[in-house]
Each structure stands twice: as C-alpha cells, then as structure tokens.
Design a protein around this ligand. Sequence first.
Ligand code: GAL
Ligand code: ZN
Length: 657
Amino acid sequence: MTSLYDTYGHRILFGGDYNPEQWPEEIWPDDIRLMAEAGVNSVTLGVFSWAALEPRPGAREFGWLDRLMDLMHDHRMSVVLATPTASPPPWMGARHPETLPRDENGQTVWYGSRQQFCASSPVYRRYAAALTEDLAARYAAHPALRMWHINNEYCTFCWCDETAGHFRRWLGARYGSLDALNEAWGTAFWSQRYDDWAEIIPPRRAQYMRNPGQMLDFRRFTSDALMECYLAERDIVSRHTPRVPVTTNFMPFWTGQDAWKWAEQEDVVSVDIYPDPADAWGAQYNAMIGDMTRSQARGPWMLMEQAAGPVNWRGVNHPKPRGLNRLWSLQSVAHGADAICYFQWRQSRQGAEKFHSAMLTHAGEQGRTYQEVKQLGAELGRLSEAVAGTDTPSDVAVLHDWESWWADQQDGRISTEVEYPDVVRAWHRALWEAGLTTDFAHPAHELGRYRLVVIPHLYLLTDAAIDNLVAYVRGGGTLVSGFHTGAADQDDRIRAGGMDVRLRELFGISTLQEWWPLDAGSTVECEGFRGTLWSEELEPGGAETVARYQEGELDGLPAVLRNGRAWYLSTLPEPGALRDLLARVAADAEARPVLTGLPAGVEAVRRGELLFLLHHGRQTVTVPVPGRHRDLLSGAAVEGSLELGRYGAAVLREDVR
Ligand code: GAL
Ligand code: ZN
C-alpha cells in the first residue's frame, strides 16, 4: 500500500468524517481548535455533500469547500476528500426516477435517506462523473489534499429494467452463449431454459425458490456493477492527481462486495469497524476485521470509521465503557492500521444519526468521550514514528471467499442454522484465543509462506483453488478444513460424490454418505468434545480417525480425520475444543503464538519491532514479558513483567542499552 506518511509529516493519520455543512460557519474555528488539541491531523470531507455542492442540476457551490480546504491547510491538517456520490440529492430522484433503485418486488426505493441510486443507471453515472471531474479539477493542486475517498460503503442492490439490461451484458461477457448460461445455471430443472437473452431478468420475487445459479451470478454482477461505478470515479480523480492515493471504505466482512477483487483496485484499503461494546467477543471481532483488511491490503490499512461511543443502528445501542475506545484503537494499530479515524467529528444535533456518537459528543469539550479521544491522539502521535508502514507478520492463514459465501447462503440449502460469517468467526476466534496472529487469504492465493492454513467452511471451491490446496499440502503445508467444504464447483454444481475427489484423496476420505445438520442449539457428543451445527456420515479411506461421534445415528463414525498434514473436521467443535485442537496442530506445524503464559484476556501482537500487549478485561493482571523493554505509551522501563489495569495496553520496544 502507498504509505500514509503525508505532506505535513503525519505518519499515523488520526481524525474522522467532518460534515461541517450541518453547522453555521462560526463553529468552524472551534472545531479546528478542538481538533488541534486532540491531535487530529486528518479530516474526511464531503462524503455526503452532493446537495451542498450541486444544489440543482449542473450548479456548482464550491465556495464553502474552498474555505474549508484552506482552513485545514492553514492548520496542517490533511484532507481525505470524498466524492459525494453515495447520496444523490432529491432533485435527481424527482427528475430522474429511473436513477432510483427498485427492490425485488419492483417497488421504488425512494430518496429521503441515502444510497438511493441504481449502479446501472447511466443518468446517475453521468451526474456522478461530472461532479467528480469538477471536484478533482478544482482541488487537484490543493496542498491539503491527501487522499481520495470514493463514494461511501458501496452497498446497494437493484432489480430494475436498466439493471436487467446491464445484467444481460455482464452475463454475455461471462458465458458467450445462451447455451453456456443455461448449462451453468442448470436451467434444465423446473423448465427454466432461456431461449432469448431478452428473457433474462435479475432474480426478482418469484413464486418459490429461485434459481441458485442466477442468484449467484446476480451477486457477482452486483459487486462488479458497483465496482464499475467506483472505477469510473477513481479513474477521473487519478487522471487529475496520479500521485494521490485512492480508497473506498468497505463495510466489514460484508456480503455485497467481493473485497478481494475490490482491494486490488485501491491504493489504500480502508474499512469501517463497529464492534458492539456489549459483545463479550467484540475485541475478537475487531481483531478479525483488522486481520482481514490487512490481508486485503497486503500491508497497512486505514480504519476509516469507528465509533467513539455508541452507534444508533442496533436495537439497543451501548456506549463504550471508559478506556475501550483507546484499547480497540490501539488493537487496530497492532493489527496493521496506519490510520485511526471515526464517524464523525462532531455529533449531529439533527438528522438520522443524532444519537450516534462522535469524537466530540453532545457532552462537548469536557465530555469523557472527547477527553479520551484527546488522550488517544497524543498516544498515537508517540507511536507514529515506530509503527507506521510496518508489517504484522503471521504464519497462519484463514481462507475466506465471497463466492463461496454467496453460493452457500441460498434458499434450498441443507441448514439455515449455518451462517457463513459466524463459522468463519468461530475459527478466527479459536486461533485468536490460542494467541496466534492470523492473515486471511483467498483459496486461490499463493499460500506457501504459511505454516498453517485453515478453511472454516468453503462450500464452493473452483478447480484452481482445489489444486492450490493440494499443492500447498504437498509442498509441506498443514491444512485444517471445516465441514461441508469443496462440495460445489464455480457454478454451484455439486461435485461427484458430494465432495471433490481431489479433496477426498487429500483428506483420506473414501465416501461421503450424508450431511447431518444439527438443530439450533443442539450438540453432538464426540470423543473429547461436543460438536455443533453440523455432522457428516463419512467413511475414511486412508485417514486416521482422530475423534469419533459418540451418540446418535453417527455413533462410532469419524468426526475428525487426519491424513498426514491434512485434517478434516466434519463438525464445528465447541469454542474451547476448536481452540485446543488448532493450538495443537499449529504447534506441530511450528506456527507459534506471539507470547506464551499470558493471563486470560491479554492479547499479544507483534507489529514491526514492537510488541503490543492489549488487555481486554477489567481486572488488573501481571503479564510476564521476557527481556528488557520500554513502553512507548507510558515511557516506562519494563523488566520481566508488566501490570495492566482495566482495558490496559502497552507497546513495547526492546531496550538495547
Ligand atoms: C457507516 C457510514 C457512516 C455512518 C456510520 C454510522 O456505515 O459510512 O456514514 O452512517 O455508518 O455507524
Ligand atoms: Zn436499477
């Protein structure tokens, strides 16, 4: 990734979305003062400013933004400048209703909120390009411009007629002929054969279950259609400023965008992370998204948005207890973030997000939130030099693929209890609890540098991915796979035998008789642990049985199989059991935890030369740390051990006096 080291010498960017158009200009100097005091060095401007910039079609109102850009520059704050194309003004929907999305029932999704655009609409695209062009031309040479932020969390779907035409063109390019499409979608079933391209529509509401091939392609198409919008704007800004990096902020682990594909088109990969403060595993979630984003970025990444306190889109919205915002921010840095930013700078007093926290809340300058933000800003300043640009190394990878997720989560599946993201999260949690830092990887990526690769659950695997996995194990790698993996090919066609033959050979399985999903909340007794969610009736063919099922229909049959360095888990072991099993396999594979002997709740992560210690609990603990270090946060010398209080953190550098 392009380094975030900016014009003003800031290495770790710290700041957030700044939406000053909500306020009278008299408030701006106060904003600037408070930002400066908090160590803010970066603001993201213009994310939702379309109506302010183009109040009526073709009009341009840049004066306010000129003043803001200058103000930022005067105070040595860099600007992440957004194209405002995520929220077209009402005039667009009113004059051009065809720019508004239609849902699966053909109903219009109206303006009055945000994201009301159809990615396939030429009218929307034309207006978006024109404004992007003028914005880029106007600020290309502005010294405060640090980065381009295209749109915001691309996340719309549309089933309109314009989309239908676009979908057909996309399918035409993918399949070349209708015969190939009919074959890929398996339209011989239920009399679904298409005789003319014009008959093809996006999968709209239908009488009963829709065609899975069509659904899968519609997911692929929608991700690509949104990416076309991104690329069009990216190309415009890059033409004006070839050296200014471009990003678009991802939603974390979100189903709509194939982020592996998208990330390749970004200079900086950024993401928005909102762990629930009331989630006992919120820290693990934060770690997981950090790991995923770092892997997409293949290096440092940008935390574009987080909340300093509560959000306002959960059922019950919990604030962050004292210290948690700091801890999770430092955790993101440990996992590779070179930018710690928020939605948003000043809490709104009107509009849909007036109960969503900000860096500066309704409680104001003396409020706890701002005071904590200020402390964090100072601390990040102290870390900046040593941290920015460095790697978070890992020799374990978790495989994840959007296409498999899409194919897996369709109507007509074996069990609606299997939620793909939850399974991935369970495996990441097991590795995280075992103290292993993990990357994520796509199943077709080069895996040779990892000692251990795990597959939580990849229902769909392409031939290329399967060959890649086989080659990885042949080359000396250790692979552990979860249930129901390698069942389908790229068209969601079930492979002969219910599991690809190359994988059956790899795992030493001769026959897969049946999938036996478990009911919600129920478990199955296995040797040494309990399985959840799923079980399989398997006959080994060469594999050693590591653990058997011990009750029910599968009593005595293998639950966990091992064939040399390839392991297969036909159920999802309960958390502690999965953790212990993966810890054992990792140790055999010589994938080592960062530190051993850590008290419960303490996470250790290495980044560059630094050792981050993060205490996710509330009781004071003593952490053994061999050697002599200095804590960059407190400045204190650390010899042999260290105390961490509630949500405490230390960033240690070896002391070589
Ligand atoms: C993000 C979005 C922000 C804000 C935030 C609230 O999804 O990009 O604009 O709405 O959520 O949590
Ligand atoms: Zn549409």
